[in-house]
Design a protein around this ligand. Sequence first.
Ligand SMILES: *[C@@H]1O[C@H](CO)[C@@H](O)[C@H](O)[C@H]1NC(C)=O
Ligand SMILES: *[C@@H]1O[C@H](CO)[C@@H](O)[C@H](O)[C@H]1NC(C)=O
Ligand SMILES: *[C@@H]1O[C@H](CO)[C@@H](O)[C@H](O)[C@H]1NC(C)=O
Ligand SMILES: *[C@@H]1O[C@H](CO)[C@@H](O)[C@H](O)[C@H]1NC(C)=O
Length: 760
Amino acid sequence: MRYSPAIVLGAAGLAVAQNKAFQSYPDCKNGLLSTNKVCDTTLSAPERAAALVAALTNQEKLDNIISKSKGASRIGLPAYNWWGEALHGVAYAPGTQFHKGPGEFNSSTSFPMPVLMAAAFDDQLIEDIGHVIGIEGRAFGNAGFSAIDYWTPNVNPFKDPRWGRGSETPGEDILRVKRYAESMIRGLEGPLKEHRVVATCKHYAGNDFEDWGGYTRHDFNAKITMQDLAEYYMMPFQQCARDSKVGSIMCAYNAVNGVPSCASDYLLNKILREHWGWTEHNNYITSDCEAVADVSLNHKYAKTNAEGTAMCFDAGMDLSCEYESSSDIPGAWSQGLLTVPTLDRALKRLYEGLVHAGYFDGDKSAYHNISWADVNLPSAQAIALQAAVEGTVLLKNDGTLPLKLTADSKLALIGFWADNGKALSGGYSGTPAFTHTPAYAAAELGLKTTVAGGPVLDNSASRDNWTANALAAAKDADYILYFGGLDTTAAGETKDRYSLEWPAAQLTLVTQLSKLGKPLIVIQMGDQLDDTPLLSLPGVNSILWANWPGQDGGPAIFQLLTGKKSPSGRLPVTQYPANYTALVPMTEMALRPSATSPGRTYRWFPNPIFPFGYGLHYTTFSPSVFESFPKKLNIADLLKGCTNKYRDTCPFPSLPLDVKNTGNVTSNYVALAFLAGEYGPKPYPIKTLASYARVRDVGPGSGKRAQLKWNLGDIARHDEMGNTVLYPGRYTVLIDEPTLTKVEFELVGEETVLDVWPQK
Ligand SMILES: *[C@@H]1O[C@H](CO)[C@@H](O)[C@H](O)[C@H]1NC(C)=O
Ligand SMILES: *[C@@H]1O[C@H](CO)[C@@H](O)[C@H](O)[C@H]1NC(C)=O
Ligand SMILES: *[C@@H]1O[C@H](CO)[C@@H](O)[C@H](O)[C@H]1NC(C)=O
Ligand SMILES: *[C@@H]1O[C@H](CO)[C@@H](O)[C@H](O)[C@H]1NC(C)=O
């Protein structure tokens, strides 16, 4: 029997909780290790890591290539559990624990789930969040409550709406995921040469699937074309490894084109370390937890676990993450499959990561002073609130929002999420200092409210009770606020969905509420569902999507409902029709439409309920592109001045945008610039996001200017071999979703390969 990560990390994370500090730094001042060169801060990181590895016996080496590393007490190297988690705040993991009850390190700041953070389309916000998590994460580490390695962010693009872990990601669009990764890593690891914490991009590669149709992530072989691999599944990792030089990468459970990810020389060496030059930084690859055993047990790629274990280390994996012992390191060693040079290579990479994070630097570390006093700061809490406000998306509004409340207005808060603090957090959470629910927020505002629960799924036993209580509350109110949706994370991360429909019991309740003739606002929590039934109910006045908004979700929602703040989030995912589940199996990795698939993501699927990028305001905007944007650009000229090693990172002239607020409410505005046109390989995508920017506080009747930045890589497309190519042709820039204005330009000259994709 294996553990499921959901059991360890979900709501039941406390099952492995320890109440006290359990990790420690080596004593480089007076301890046994102080005489080893690893403690000498005047030496280079490779020299220091090599010195430590040279001091280890073979047995000690074998003890330290698993997540629960034993260290080597003989030489003063402490045990270290590498497995920290911090998806949207420091969270529970075998290597990260919280003090239970009153005391220091009993909580961390809890941000919204990443898909909601991403919906704000604000890179600075993500960096600010990463900065907070990095500070708090280091404080936990300094106090021994955590590793200083955190296996976050999750950058697999959210391609299929059924995926149980989609909300951990920044959505379905590659540009959005890349910029999220860039900002989050910079925030977490910090601006210095020394890493504040070591971040990990996961799950490399093609991992967006848990358990569906008779396959699980442990045995699934993702069949991916070179084109889809290069343009979609690998792009976030290119950002992480090549451009952000992230400290660590996690290889995935699934196989890609027949080879388990953690045993793939193509993925780990040819692309990651060679093509993307990640070796220059000598960082480490961890397996997903128990992925090594999958190589033999589930993928049947190796005859024995010992053989599979050796294959992974040979392919360039450096650490086996496991709950219990699940790889067979002793077997691989005793059978001579795992060699000393391979062990040394893995250990050097691992320890060099820790050297870079100041682990062996004692009080010379730039971050050694970060402490409990730096956790849950008011500034961090303000960012958590801001993220929930700015990510929340207004999907429908007939003018009922913002609410026009008077001192006498009575509100009915109905539904499972109306007063459930735990349900606001989502997956991979820690313990926040507080969770402010909608009911709490309404009470803080002094509003007259009645709160009634509601069904989650179709639970007929309690349905009549829910309904009676909800209707009683609603009948007595002037406004009805329904907090509903599907709490997919409650099912645990190993579950994918089979339906995109609203749970029947919730729809029945909303239908009854809509007949009362009172203003009815649906606040949709959790993942996307097909909202068609709500859109066709005339009694549903407004829909606000708030996902898992984190510790200050309730106040964030009320700031928007009351008009204290204006909604400005945009959907970072497509809202698909419910019948989409019948049109394409989860196991289909192809993005482009075909005889057996209507296509995936907004780039290829033509009939969404709400498109990617959609989001209403309390005002109206009229963006326009300045006359000065060039109508014709020559590809050779674009490349002439650029000496970047990777030519796709060369800049394209930025797009100057004038954003006018033509309504009467001050609001932020997310400017989205999509590209469309017939250039590059067929079929042509409907459109592709090429740049975006958040423009802040545009007053009624006034305007603000923004420069939308993009690189040649954002203009390029990928050919069938996966090469990144700049194509001549006529391009149309579509501003906003739906399009509010367009500008055209032409690229002339020779089609030019910016990046040659290594073939298998
Ligand atoms: C954490 O400890 C403090 C006292 O130090 C206490 O006031 C607070 O309620 C605790 N928080 C949690 C979430 O247990
Ligand atoms: C950090 O710790 C050192 C002692 O190691 C102390 O001298 C210094 O004042 C501290 N700095 C801050 C900002 O707390
Ligand atoms: C799927 O549902 C949408 C409405 O939500 C409808 O327009 C479309 O025709 C349906 N597609 C198929 C193939 O049934
Ligand atoms: C804003 O405009 C809407 C309609 O355009 C109107 O109903 C509302 O009263 C206006 N609000 C203010 C504060 O002027």
